[in-house]
Design a protein around this ligand. Structure first.
Ligand code: FES
Length: 72
C-alpha cells in the first residue's frame, strides 16, 4: 500500500494525505504539512495549492478524474 493518498474531490481540489516531493519544472516546491489540497480549478491565488476559490466560482469538473474501473 502506498504511503501517500491523493483524492480528487468532486468539483474541488486534489487532497494530498502523506509526504510528497512536488516540483514545478525542475524546481522543488515547499509544501505544507499534509494533509493539503492542490488546485484543480486553476483559479487559486496560491497555486499550486487550493485556496477555496473553487467554491466561490462554482467550479465543476468536466468529467470524472478517474473513469470507473471494474478492477480493484
Ligand atoms: S481547486 Fe480549490 S481553488 Fe482551485
Amino acid at each position: 500500500m502506498a504511503d501517500v493518498k491523493i483524492t480528487a474531490r468532486k468539483n474541488g481540489p486534489y487532497r494530498v494525505e502523506g509526504e510528497i516531493d512536488l516540483y514545478y519544472e525542475d524546481r522543488k516546491v515547499d509544501t505544507p504539512a499534509p494533509p493539503f489540497s492542490l488546485c484543480r480549478c486553476g483559479a487559486s491565488s496560491k497555486k499550486p495549492f487550493c485556496d477555496g476559490t473553487h467554491s466561490k466560482i462554482g467550479f465543476e469538473a468536466a468529467a470524472e478524474a478517474v473513469p470507473e474501473s471494474k478492477e480493484q
